[in-house]
Write a protein of this length. Sequence first.
Length: 184
Amino acid sequence: MSQEWNIRSRGHVCTICQQPLLDKSLVVSALKDTGEGYERFDCHPECWKVTERDWQPFSQWDGVYLAPAKEVKKEPLKKEDAGELLRKLVTLDDPAMKNVVYVLAVMLERSKILVERDAKRRDDGLIRRVYEDRKNGDTFVILDPGLRLENLGEVQQQVVALLSGTKTLGEVASEDEAADTATA
Ligand SMILES: [Zn+2]
């Protein structure tokens, strides 16, 4: 079974030479599609350039490595909750939640928590988008379910209900399944 989304954390050492990545230095990140998931590379630009590869990255981008902050700063509660919710949903990997996962990722992108790094169209026409957490560099590979505009508001309400705790993940998942059956 192909995974529709994935989380890959940013490394703290260069994938190629295994030497530490330096705070605020340039880093080349790439995802390799292994057929069963994604292998992540974080490398010194020089190492990436001089190393020969017999594979094409699924996705590749330039970023800046930030060393983990020693002190955890207080963030607005809402943003933290949204990021945690996305992490939980991506880990659950439940196809019934694909609309919610996508809309939540877009909301986090608009709040400048995530940045879109790449987009790839699959054979079936749907788009897989690669989002990166601006702060800790984690990558989320998320399927764009091709939501129609008239369904967007409903999904946004589900996300808000999850964030405010008025609905559980199970309730939202069963709503989504019912909606899929109705439109099929
Ligand atoms: Zn290196």
